[in-house]
Write a protein that binds this ligand. Sequence first.
Ligand SMILES: Cc1cc2nc3c(=O)[nH]c(=O)nc-3n(C[C@H](O)[C@H](O)[C@H](O)COP(=O)(O)OP(=O)(O)OC[C@H]3O[C@@H](n4cnc5c(N)ncnc54)[C@H](O)[C@@H]3O)c2cc1C
Length: 318
Amino acid sequence: MRIQIYGAGIAGSFLHILLSRDFKTYVKDVRKEPDCICAWGTIYQEARELYREIGVNFDEYILTRPRHIIINNIMLRNVGFVTFDRRRLLHDLWSQLRFGEKEADIVIDATGYERALLPKVAEDNLYPTIQFLEKHNIEEDVFIYIRRVGYAWAFPLGNHIWHVGAGGKNISITKRLLKDLRRKYEFDNGTGSVCSCRGWVRLLPPSRCKPFIHENIVGVGEAIGCVSSFGEGNIPALRSAQILYESLREDRLEKYEERILREFKWIEMEHKFVNRIQRGRKMAVLHLLPIVLYIESRRVAKPPRDLFRHLMRYLMKR
Ligand SMILES: Cc1cc2nc3c(=O)[nH]c(=O)nc-3n(C[C@H](O)[C@H](O)[C@H](O)COP(=O)(O)OP(=O)(O)OC[C@H]3O[C@@H](n4cnc5c(N)ncnc54)[C@H](O)[C@@H]3O)c2cc1C
């Protein structure tokens, strides 16, 4: 079977290496080199195991292991979050890929938020993002500022370099969130921006991004909504690529959609949770909170000791 992948980002490059073991596979990307500054954060254990499958030692790409994750001034103990050199990792992977565009039996849409080949998603939910690489002399923790309409972040990348950015319902909200994050955590005294760019992130769960398969085109990664409602898309992109590889190798593509939906139940849950927060449905938020805490406290950060106090404040707030 001949396979053509479009998009050599996180999902496409990983998938290409897996598929090349069993199939004649080519990949094409609109870029001449991997994009540079998006998505520096991930979950260490999961990334390490996934990349080990293609012979990559993920430890070589780690930049920082922050001690704390500070969300709206609440300090959480980091469990598994690391920042990594995504650009160098993709560069190294690209040197192993077979680039080209050939006739194929299966075409894979790994074009991220673009979803360039599959039919467009009805009522898509793309958040515009802005991000900067900057220098700051600040303790290397992760800083996050979340509102109902979006979020802003500052990730330490080592050597005083920070990835600072925001994503919101529209560009003026995004800018405002970034401004608020800077003020709240004193990120405006940097010694200058190294570079900056804009992007988009799809905040819609897989169940809302169907079809995953259309004629001979199959979607993977962010193209089919494999991104958590907190904007975490690296691990879901890799895991969806792994599932697609297994489905093709076992000649069970008809099970792909079902397997994706089963795997990413946690993403569906988190989207539901954020949706309820956005609509101000406080009791419904409380109902889902234990599940979300259970998921995230194993992967990302331990809840604070004074969680109850923060909950009470949230419930009392108008
Ligand atoms: C600002 C920002 C910060 C983020 N931070 C994080 C983070 O810290 N942690 C995290 O886990 N996730 C983060 N994400 C989400 C994460 O980046 C994505 O969900 C993840 O990269 C999705 O992987 P993918 O392979 O599906 O798509 P991508 O990695 O985006 O790859 C898509 C590829 O397709 C190519 N392409 C596009 N159109 C075409 C076309 N027509 N033909 C051929 N190629 C095409 C692009 O050039 C790109 O190389 C962030 C996203 C943004 C926008």
